[in-house]
Design a protein around this ligand. Structure first.
Ligand code: 3UK
Length: 565
């Protein structure tokens, strides 16, 4: 395997034209680095550390213990050898349904190293969704954490392709014993198989541009689509965002509340730390404010990655502070949804570190527009990550004027090769080198990009566009509000007006008086036509597995709900 050549004399090229002129929003030129044609991502992210003197360094800490770089490398090799023994061939898929822990990197890079294509899937899906993915991937082998057998088991009936389900852990809640004998015969013990496999393995001869892994995209309509990603893309995101924007270094200890099955968590906890020889802390626990603060105080991460709702709920506890968390924290990252400006500012006041908001997507693999240390503009997604080019276009494909709303397009080296077996969605989304992100954005003076909303969530009120996110952010500034979601609803004249679903902080009570107060509160902050005509108080909002508000469910609800409740 050829050595990777990085131009060490890289200068990050933040030139005067860093996207600050009008017209096409060009990211600054990036010095090239060379990814050799023959490239197996596991050689770079796993094996390289053993020749660079990091064998004994801690690579990963999970709920059960700590693992050195050498131990991870051995597990990766055993996993790859096990797949060969089970007869899984190069380019076949393996479905990976694991909670965060040491088995995840072993499975992900073990498959990649042996030329097999891992497909990490969410641990929070229904049997029907798993059944769909089993057929779509045609995976002969599924690797699963024991507690997930409850939902994976029922999906296995009438699956023509699945030959073996490899179970990690013993805690299956009796799910295996409830399976019909024919299915139960396919269930094997993952750790036993791994232990029986040899711990040395030569990387499969793969090329940089071949498909290395898939990730399912969580669109709100239609079945999930698998984005097919290349070996090289893992490296591009680690260099362009992990190294050059986040400045991750060997001495960092990282902790991500977003799990590794999600593209955001995969970069955060796996490829970025493994690119520089840092240490990642992961947990199988659900990311609640309490569990996150507990991990922070136990392991003292220097980098913390979360989603806006989590930052909001940590701040909602008035006693949460840096002293109970990590004294070493130097930066936080937020992605998945836009971070309201007020949240970022309050976090910085309380915790003394900035949150870098950045937008990423499953198809682009990681963050491609981001705020940076020393250049944070709260309320915006920041500037393009050097190496990516973004444009804000009107319906005719022309660049809109600064401050006008348009569709966000992106070009860059980590965009996936397409959706598996879905030509219609692929041709809609990928156009030449460009991808249509499906987001509405504006480009502001000095080159900052501001999120306005998902293209399909935007409302037209009195002939003017209203961004649900803008109204939600205004509501969230009110001291009684934890979070809010805004959708369109027809009024008596059949005209669309904003309606808000509001979750209050723990000790607050909804009432018509509070609804009036919130309406007045928004009117003071935004153009008058934007205020929510109806306000509904809710205990929680419907969210996807990755924490995004499902506005389409609220739209359905809004039709049948009274004006105030
Ligand atoms: C939205 C944001 C405003 C936006 C992701 C970081 O979220 C990720 O991937 P998904 O495929 O969703 C993509 C869509 O989510 N979004 C994400 N981040 C932001 N909107 N501000 C943000 N900061 O609609 C985008 O099109 O689930 C995030 C890294 C990798 C990822 N895959």
């Amino acid at each position: 395997m050829a050595e990777l050549e990085f131009r060490l004399a890289y200068q990050d090229g933040r030139t005067a034209s860093s996207g600050e002129r009008s017209g096409e929003s060009v990211a600054p030129e990036v010095d090239p680095y060379t990814v050799p044609r023959e490239f197996n991502a596991a050689a770079h992210f796993i094996d390289r550390h053993l020749t660079e003197g990091r064998a004994e360094k801690t690579a990963l800490i999970d709920d059960a213990g700590a693992y050195s770089y050498a131990q991870i490398a051995a597990r990766v090799n055993r996993f790859g050898n096990m797949l060969h023994r089970l007869g899984v061939a190069m380019e076949q898929r393996v479905m990976v349904c694991l909670v965060d822990g040491v088995d995840f990197p072993s499975a992900f890079f073990g498959a990649i190293k042996s030329g097999v294509v891992p497909v990490p899937v969410s641990t929070l899906l229904t049997p029907a969704e798993y059944a769909y993915m089993m057929r779509d991937t045609r995976a002969p082998v599924i690797v699963a954490s024991a507690p997930l057998l409850e939902r994976l088991g029922p999906a296995l009936a009438e699956q023509p392709f699945v030959r073996a389900v490899l179970v990690a852990g013993a805690d299956d809640g009796g799910a295996i014993s409830r399976m019909p004998a024919s299915l139960r015969a396919r269930v094997r013990n993952l750790h036993q198989l791994i232990d029986e496999s040899p711990d040395s393995l030569k990387p499969a001869d793969t090329v940089a541009e071949e498909v290395a892994f898939w990730l399912y995209s969580s669109g709100s309509t239609g079945p999930p689509k698998a984005a097919a990603h290349r070996h090289e893309s893992l490296l591009h995101t680690a260099i362009l965002y992990g190294d050059r924007v986040l400045g991750i270094r060997e001495t960092d200890v990282v902790f991500s509340a977003a799990k590794m099955f999600f593209a955001y968590g995969l970069g955060n906890s796996l490829t970025f730390p493994l690119h520089v020889g840092a240490t990642a802390v992961v947990t199988a626990q659900r990311p609640t404010p309490a569990s996150v603060m507990q991990v922070m105080s136990a392991h003292g991460p220097t980098i913390f990655y979360g989603v806006p709702t989590l930052f909001a709920s940590i701040l909602a506890d008035p006693t949460a502070s840096r002293t109970q968390g990590s004294a070493r924290l130097r930066v936080c990252v937020s992605a998945g949804e836009a971070l309201p400006a007020d949240l970022g500012k309050r976090w910085r006041e309380r915790f003394g570190v900035d949150i870098l908001d950045g937008i990423g997507s499953t198809e682009i693999l990681h963050i491609f527009i981001s705020n940076r240390l020393g250049d944070v503009r709260y309320g915006t997604s920041g500037k393009p990550v050097p190496g990516y080019t973004v444009r804000v276009l009107d319906d005719h494909g022309n660049e809109v004027a600064d401050a006008d709303v348009g569709d966000l397009w992106c070009r860059g080296p980590s965009i996936c090769s397409g959706y598996w077996n879905n030509r219609a969605a692929s041709t809609r989304t990928f156009v030449g080198e460009w991808i249509r992100t499906g987001d509405k954005y504006t480009r502001e003076p000095y080159g900052y990009f501001r999120y306005v909303g998902r293209s399909d969530d935007m409302l037209k009120v009195s002939g003017m566009w209203v961004s649900p996110f803008e109204v939600e952010s205004a509501l969230a500034e009110h001291p009684a509000v934890l979070e809010a979601a805004v959708v369109g609803r027809n009024d008596a004249d059949n005209l669309i007006k904003p309606m808000a679903f509001v979750v209050l902080k723990k000790d607050k009570q909804g009432s018509p008086a509070l609804a009036d107060e919130l309406r007045a509160f928004v009117k003071q902050r935004l153009a008058p036509y934007k205020y929510p005509r109806w306000i509904v108080f809710r205990a929680q909002l419907p969210k996807t597995a990755t924490g995004k508000i499902q506005r389409f469910k609220l739209r359905d609800l809004s039709v049948n709900i009274g004006p105030e409740s």
